[in-house]
Design a protein around this ligand. Structure first.
Ligand code: NAP
Length: 480
């Protein structure tokens, strides 16, 4: 146990234990050792946090964008200053290699910077009136108190991607992080505190997801729930928010295809496919879940990719040279194994990997795996694996591969590798996804809208589009 953080609930500018004094352990997924103890809050704490956010809303929303942006700039600066320490905390609670954690902290800081800049660019409209005696204005106003629920796979950037635009827009927040990774959330709130955020503007409740969630859902004061996580929980939030007609912004699961055309640069395509699939050990909403490779290049592509995969090092995220850390928990490991077993039973061939990694650590590690002889009915082709397995299937023509790529209820991200610009544009337009990467597998940046369609979500995060989620457009009609 490296730290005791039983005062992990932040309400109205003060750190609290849970009313019940209950706590919950946080584990290092690489070693399965407990590394911290955090407060296990619930309904009572969430109600207080909502009240605190509600009280703070009036002053925070009336500050100018410039005043709000100063605090976000400061938070950005503090986060960058502390990158190394924060990255180490992130790796310790989440497992990803330190270089990836460092990249995530910098990316998380970028959201603070981008929305510091956006805070003073929240424009309204002066409409040309059709009636001489009227003037018409549209003014953007912050929606109110926001409930933000985040997952464990990107414990820093998923928080700033929500909090930064919410604060820039003038909203106040009650944050509920994932129980696996509360330490990064606590650090981010401490940074905002040090940056001078007024009391009550951001509140943090760690603890019982159902109790915190249902309190956020049933409170009339919470006007928006912004959620990143599974489609299953997203659907629950949607159903339960109906009674108060609450606005929702949902960033949900995905099942990303990568399509490798015969004109692709094979060196680049294999490097990018590797980066997409094995970043965060395949536990990324936009990472490749299935690969379609043109039949004329499949053999070459698979050989090149296999060579690269065999060079990857599985191990402890804090050790230099580690490419793949552990899976987050036993449930995740069981899912990866179930997907592998299902594929093999249905005729898949293991090209490399295909088993747990039994190093000297207790966590749930898995060898990076490539599968061939894939059929459409396999789980790997239909459900998020959230682990290091790449299934490769050949295709013969553009139209059929577009149909296959689109044949899913998900619609978050898809990727194509081609050197033919006309094809790149044609196929991008036909893919039913919120994000398409053309020879690019890292499309998540602060300045661009990120979000899925179909059952991958509603709304956008990032870019000026991300601010709209937190703003209401009020129409003011004036007779003169
Ligand atoms: P999850 O099980 O849906 O959990 C996400 C968050 O929701 C956690 O904080 C969780 O807390 C909370 N939660 C669960 N049930 C709840 C309830 N009834 N009320 C309120 N909150 C509740 O997802 P996960 O396993 O953490 O994350 C992986 C998923 O997130 C994948 O599907 C991935 O694709 C998706 N994801 C999407 C994006 C995107 O941008 N589209 C980005 C990252 C991840 P508890 O764990 O305590 O239940």
């Amino acid at each position: 146990m490296i730290e005791t953080l039983v005062k992990s609930i932040f309400i109205d500018g003060k750190w609290h234990t849970a009313e019940s004094d209950k706590t919950e352990a946080v584990y290092n997924p690489a070693t399965l050792e407990a590394i911290a103890e955090v407060a296990y809050g619930g309904e009572e704490e969430t109600n207080k946090a909502i009240q605190s956010a509600h009280n703070a809303f009036y002053t925070w929303s009336e500050m100018t964008g410039r005043e709000r942006s100063k605090i976000l700039y400061k938070a950005h600066e503090l986060m960058l200053e502390e990158t190394d320490r924060l990255a180490e905390i992130l790796t310790t609670e989440q497992g990803k290699p330190l270089n990836e954690a460092t990249g995530e902290i910098k990316g998380a800081a970028n959201f603070l910077l981008w929305y510091a800049e956006e805070a003073s660019r929240s424009y309204g409209e002066w409409l040309p009136s059709s009636i001489k005696s009227k003037r018409m204005l549209v003014i953007p106003q912050p929606i109110g108190v926001v409930g933000a629920i985040t997952p464990w796979n990107f414990p820093a950037s998923m928080i700033t991607r929500k909090i930064a635009p919410a604060l820039a827009a003038g909203c106040t927040v009650v944050l509920k992080p994932a129980p696996e990774t509360p330490l990064s959330a606590i650090e981010i709130v401490k940074i905002l505190e040090r940056a001078g955020l007024p009391n009550g503007v951001v509140n943090l409740v760690t603890g019982n997801a159902e109790a915190i969630g249902s309190t956020l859902l049933t409170s009339k004061d919470v006007r928006l729930i912004t959620f990143t996580g599974s489609t299953k929980v997203g659907k629950y939030l949607m159903r339960e928010s109906a009674d108060h007609v609450k606005k929702l912004s949902l960033e949900l699961g995905g099942h990303a295809p990568i399509v490798v055309f015969d004109d692709a640069d094979m060196e680049k395509a294999t490097t990018l496919a590797l980066a997409s699939k094995f970043r965060n050990n395949g536990q990324t909403c936009i990472c490749a879940n299935r690969l379609y490779v043109h039949e004329s290049v499949q053999e070459r592509f698979t050989k090149l990719l296999t060579e690269k995969v065999q060079e990857l090092h599985v191990g402890y995220g804090l050790d230099e040279g580690t490419d793949l850390g552990p899976l987050i928990n036993q449930q995740a490991s069981q899912k990866v194994q179930a997907h592998l077993d299902d594929a093999v039973e249905k005729g898949a061939q293991i090209v490399c990997g295909g088993k747990r990694w039994n190093g000297d650590l207790n966590g749930y590690f898995f060898h990076p795996t490539i599968l061939s002889k894939i059929t459409d009915d396999m789980l790997v082709m239909n459900e998020e694996t959230f682990g290091p397995i790449i299934p490769i299937q050949p295709f013969s023509d553009e139209e059929s591969v577009i149909n296959k790529a689109n044949d899913t209820d998900y619609g978050l991200a898809a990727y194509i590798f081609t050197e033919n610009t006309s094809r790149a544009i044609r196929v991008s337009e036909k893919l039913e996804y919120g994000i398409v990467g053309v020879n690019d597998v890292f499309p998540a940046v602060a300045e661009a809208p990120f979000g899925g369609i179909k059952q991958s979500g509603i709304g956008k995060e990032g870019g000026h589009h991300g601010m709209h989620e937190f703003l209401e457009m009020k129409f003011v009609s004036m007779g003169i």
